[in-house]
Each structure stands twice: as structure tokens, then as C-alpha cells.
Ligand binder design. Structure first.
Ligand code: HEM
Ligand code: HEM
Length: 181
């Protein structure tokens, strides 16, 4: 396999790894919120979960705008068409899933009229109607959405490992900071 060429820009690379890190942290906080025994632990993990989740929402808005105005470096010509399509589809679905998780997390709480405090500084405005059904549906979507995220990440990280260690085509370098010429 030909080595891949070109790099994602510095901003894309920085955001990619920042979001990867905070996604892992927020998933852990989400799971602790649901499965922890003590009320204090549940409260503080939800506090971190919703604060980081809101941060992810803001970063994802910026990331999407950045990404549509800064196209990805092209994959090598010899990359099979189905692989190009699979990669693009996984990336788009990752964007959609990240947005869906932040929005359903918010509507699950807001439609129950719960205060959503961010970093102890301010409460998010509750812009959805008080509606028990909306809250329950949002929570269910939020819950199932995590499995879609895990499945996409398994494909995504699996593909990165396959390229790095089997094809040895240096794909991972595309998502790292380019050395200065
Ligand atoms: C160990 C974990 C990860 C590795 C090794 C990894 C690796 C990579 C690599 C090598 C690319 C570039 C693909 C290409 O050249 O076309 C990429 C792109 C991408 N990754 Fe990851 N990634 C990881 C975690 C994540 C996570 C947690 C997310 C989302 C929450 C994510 C979302 C994306 C997206 C959306 C792209 C497409 C580029 C863009 O449009 O921003 N990745 N990743
Ligand atoms: C990308 C961002 C997010 C991810 C990956 C995520 C992921 C998760 C996960 C894995 C759980 C555990 C679900 C379970 O096993 O039942 C959870 C629970 C929860 N999340 Fe999120 N979440 C995100 C954003 C948000 C946001 C922004 C909010 C609120 C503003 C939020 C509110 C909640 C609440 C209230 C729970 C507990 C639900 C319950 O009691 O059933 N999440 N989240």
C-alpha cells in the first residue's frame, strides 16, 4: 500500500485529539452517574458529565464549521472506493452521533425542568417545553446512542490500528502535527 500523503491541519488535529480525550472522560462520568451507589457521587459525576458534554457541543459546532471550510487531505488514488466511502460514512456518523448525544442529554433533563448547571457558573436556558414523554424518549435515545458511539469508535479505531500495524501506510500521521519543513 502506498504511504498516505498530506495532513489534516493543526486546528483539526488539535480538536480531534481534544474531543477524543474528553469523550472518554464524559462517557466514564455518564456511566458513573447511572451506576454509582451514593447520591453525592451521582451528583458530582453528572455535574462533570453535563459540563464536559456542553463543552463538547460547543467544540463540535466549531469543528463542523471548520471542517466544511477546510477539506480533508485526499486519500491516495489507489485506496479502494468502498474504503473511501466507509471512512467518510463513519466520520459523518461520528459527527451526527456526537451532536445527537449532546442534544438528547440536554433535552432529557430540560424537558423535566431540571436545572443544568455548567461548571458551577450558569444554568443553561431551558428552551424545550416541559414534557415527560420528550424527556423519557430523549433519555432512551441518549442511552442507546452510547452503543452507536461505541460501535462507530470500534470501527474507527480498529481501522486506524489496521492501517498503522498491518498496512503500515502511515495513515495515523495524517491526524498528527506535520513536521515543519
Ligand atoms: C485512539 C483513538 C483514535 C484514533 C487512533 C483515531 C485516528 C484517526 C485518524 C488516523 C484519522 C484520520 C483519518 C483519515 O486520514 O482520513 C481520524 C479522523 C477522524 N476521527 Fe479519529 N481517532 C481516534 C478517536 C476518535 C474519537 C473518540 C472520535 C470522535 C468522538 C474521532 C472522530 C474522528 C473524525 C470525525 C475524523 C474525521 C476527521 C474530521 O472530519 O474531523 N476519532 N481519526
Ligand atoms: C458527547 C457527549 C455525551 C456523551 C458521549 C454522553 C454519554 C453518556 C453515557 C454513556 C451515559 C450513561 C448511560 C447509561 O448507561 O444509561 C450518559 C448518561 C447521562 N447523560 Fe450523557 N453524554 C453526553 C452528553 C450529555 C449532556 C450534554 C448532558 C446534559 C446536558 C447529558 C446528560 C446525561 C444524563 C442526565 C445522564 C443520566 C441518564 C439517566 O439517569 O438515565 N449527557 N451519558
Amino acid at each position: 500500500m502506498q504511504p498516505t500523503q498530506g495532513n489534516f491541519g493543526r486546528v483539526t488535529v488539535l480538536i480531534h485529539w481534544l474531543v477524543a480525550l474528553v469523550t472518554v472522560i464524559t462517557v466514564i462520568c455518564g456511566l458513573v452517574t447511572v451506576y454509582a451507589d451514593g447520591a453525592a457521587l451521582t451528583r458530582s459525576s453528572l455535574f462533570f458529565h453535563q459540563t464536559i458534554g456542553f463543552g463538547i457541543f460547543l467544540i463540535m459546532i466549531f469543528r463542523t464549521l471548520w471542517r466544511v471550510t477546510h477539506p480533508a487531505p485526499p486519500l491516495p488514488d489507489e485506496t479502494p472506493r468502498h474504503q473511501k466511502i466507509a471512512a467518510a460514512a463513519t466520520h459523518i456518523l461520528l459527527y451526527v452521533t456526537m451532536f445527537a448525544l449532546t442534544i438528547t442529554g440536554y433535552t432529557g433533563l430540560a424537558a423535566r425542568g431540571r436545572d443544568i448547571t455548567i461548571a458551577g457558573l450558569f444554568d443553561l436556558p431551558l428552551i424545550v417545553p416541559l414534557d415527560r414523554e420528550l424527556s423519557v424518549t430523549s433519555q432512551a435515545l441518549h442511552n442507546y446512542g452510547q452503543y452507536i458511539l461505541y460501535a462507530l469508535l470500534a470501527l474507527h479505531v480498529g481501522a486506524a490500528i489496521y492501517h498503522q500495524f498491518v498496512l503500515k501506510d502511515g495513515l495515523l500521521r495524517r491526524m498528527w502535527f506535520a513536521a515543519r519543513a
